[in-house]
Design a protein around this ligand. Structure first.
Ligand code: F6P
Length: 505
């Protein structure tokens, strides 16, 4: 497919114009009315797929809106772009690369061909090498320079070589080896490194230098400081480096130049974008933490979502629906941000991870053919876990003048049942979604101080939200990441802004 000639500005498409007229008709419809007019809405506007339940009924959409948005995706040729991505076509046109993070979680028997070669066996060879190494570190078979076993693992990386590993470690901590310490150094600010190692014994510490390019200033500065710290602590013998440093990279010659034995290098490929790399060898720290079997279970979750995305009709397709809703709010309602609100402490770094995923993908002001994007690019993604956010910024979401669509993530079951904690947590997520949609305290007619106080307590409602109900973290983390990365990737289909994000380019 020739992406360059296929692009027509989104705003000039027939369905876009119909959507503009439709928006004028529905923009003031209140969610209270939408629910009152259709008592089945709360059940109808849900998708239950691959162990992930999405309630999207509290969006400011009608059936007609959704029909038109799906039509827009079809008119833009989204189906063809999905197929091109999965076929391994070089849809990243500015770098002439395939965009194949989906190959990282494809099962052994799959075949995805890039430049005439099936890349799936290479992916599994690296996974097997990672598993072997992880098992040796976890069991104590891999010894440090002095013969002590490794108890501390520090991932040194930044951007996609840090945010995914940190997020996944925090999210899957429940499954991690609690006798080991995992830390993550990213910032070139020396404080980051100093604090990460201040209580650690170099003899028990392994550094994973994670960098796709192995040239990134912050990572290489931290890696050199790590080597100095290690050698200073172990008597200065350069041979110690081989026992305490491994690399994850696509750049073997830079790895060798740094002094890391390339036998201890875990590779990946130029068709993996940095921000999509947490399930490649960049996830080595995750695998050491949770073990190879759990890592593969996580990958299986990713793959299930990929298959759902590849095969499900758009109107039931979770990433497509999320992408289309993002377009609806961003480009029609002019909503500049989206709040991501996990009611799950283990997902505390998920919003930070999503920031890179979405904003590094959709931030550019030009389309596939280099012309100016005719509408707004990505909204700003941000968020905090509930219920902390409720005591911080929710007032503005409920009562402010800006429209801030919210994405809640909540789990029916907790990994840490403690008294009534989980019931209270879930009661809060239900109550927040309801209060945002339907409001609270009608505006007072009365005057005086009591009237004023009541006016200040008004929640007008009509604030949209989605709620995801995944059925467990281990497999569903991969699904959530695959879903959100794909939704963001396809958000700008047709106009897209980020050349390296492939299909969205
Ligand atoms: O800042 C841009 C970026 O290239 C990100 O896309 C990437 O995740 C990060 O820097 C780190 O790059 P590397 O893995 O090559 O060190």
């Amino acid at each position: 497919m020739n992406m360059k000639s296929a692009v027509k500005p989104l705003t000039e498409r027939q369905t876009w114009k119909v959507l503009e007229a439709h928006y004028q008709k529905v923009r003031d419809l209140h969610l209270r009315k939408l629910f009152a007019d259709d008592p089945t809405r709360g059940e109808r506007m849900t998708v239950d797929a691959v162990g992930l339940y999405l309630d999207y009924s509290k969006n400011r959409v009608t059936d007609e809106t959704l029909k038109l948005l799906v039509q827009l995706a079809e008119e833009c040729g989204l189906r063809g772009r999905i197929d091109a991505m999965f076929r391994g076509e070089k849809i990243n046109i500015t770098e002439n690369r395939a965009v194949l993070h989906v190959a990282l979680r494809a099962p052994k028997e799959a075949s995805i061909v890039v430049d005439g070669e099936n890349v799936v066996p290479q992916v599994h060879a690296v996974l097997d090498k990672m598993a072997d190494f992880s098992n040796r570190v976890r069991s104590g078979a891999w010894k440090g320079y002095t013969g002590k076993r490794i108890r501390n693992v520090i991932n040194v990386g930044i951007g996609g070589s840090d945010l995914g590993p940190v997020m996944a470690y925090e999210a899957l901590k429940h499954y991690s080896d609690r006798s080991m310490t995992f830390r993550f150094v990213s910032n070139v600010d020396g404080t980051d490194f100093a604090e990460a190692v201040h209580d650690l014994d170099p003899a028990e510490t392994l550094f994973i230098i994670s960098s796709k390019t192995f040239t990134t200033l912050e990572t290489m500065t931290n890696a050199r400081t790590a080597r100095d710290w290690l050698l200073a602590g172990l008597g200065g013998d350069e041979k110690a480096v081989a026992k305490h440093f491994v690399a994850v990279s696509t750049n073997a010659s830079e790895v060798a130049k740094f002094g890391i034995d390339t036998a201890n290098m875990f590779g990946f490929w130029d068709w993996v974008g940095g921000r999509y790399s947490m399930d490649s060898a960049i996830g080595l720290s995750t695998m050491i933490a949770i073990g190879p079997d759990n890592f593969r279970a996580m990958l299986d979750g990713f793959h299930q979502m990929d298959e759902h995305f590849r095969t499900t009709p758009f109107e039931r397709n979770l990433p497509v629906l999320m992408g289309l809703l993002a377009v609806w709010y961003n480009d029609f309602f002019g909503a500049a941000t989206v709040a991501v609100l996990p009611y799950e402490q283990y997902l505390k770094r998920f919003p930070a991870y999503l920031q890179q995923l979405t904003m590094e993908s959709n931030g550019k002001h030009v389309t596939l053919d280099g012309s100016k994007v005719p509408c707004d690019t990505s909204p700003v993604y941000w968020g905090e876990p509930g219920t902390n956010g409720q005591h911080s910024f929710y007032q503005l979401i409920h009562q402010g003048t800006r429209l801030i669509p919210c994405d809640f993530i909540a789990f029916y079951q907790t990994l840490n049942p403690l008294g009534r904690h989980h019931d209270i947590l879930l009661a809060n997520v239900f109550a927040q979604a309801e209060a945002l949609a339907f409001g609270k305290h009608r505006a007072s007619q009365g005057g005086g101080h009591a009237g004023l106080a009541r006016a200040h307590r008004v929640f007008e409602g009509n604030r949209p939200s989605n709620t995801f109900w995944p059925s467990g973290l281990l497999r569903n983390l991969g699904k959530l990441v695959a879903l959100t990365s794909t939704a963001s990737l396809h958000r700008r289909f047709g106009t897209s802004t980020r050349s390296t994000s492939g299909v969205s380019s």
